[in-house]
Design a protein around this ligand. Structure first.
Ligand code: ZN
Length: 99
């Protein structure tokens, strides 16, 4: 990757820059031009947060599954066309992964 300073990246309208220097956590990774944050660090934090939210959502659902299923059923009744479209688009997007 080309060595760029944060200012140069901003002037070039680039989303990232790369110094070749390790971040505080030792990643030698591209950085966000907007804030200077290490891309790897942001990914690690994002994935940790995602896992945390998944665990929380499962626990929330487990407290009253019948209520959540009923809520989902009611939402589905109201939004059936949206759901059909979403599933069709999803299938088309992931069609290449099918065996
Ligand atoms: Zn980092």
């Amino acid at each position: 990757m080309k060595i760029l300073t944060q200012i140069e990246a901003q002037l070039l309208n680039s989303k990232f820059f790369f110094t070749g220097e390790p971040c505080g956590n030792g990643h030698i990774s591209k950085r966000y031009a907007s804030c200077g944050n290490c891309f790897e660090c942001v990914q690690v934090r994002y994935n940790a947060k995602r896992e945390e939210l998944k665990v929380k959502a499962r626990a929330y659902h487990a407290r009253d599954p019948a209520m959540h299923n009923e809520r989902w059923r009611r939402w589905l009744e109201k939004n059936i066309e949206y759901r059909r479209r979403y599933l069709t688009e999803w299938k088309m997007k992931h069609a290449t992964n099918e065996v």
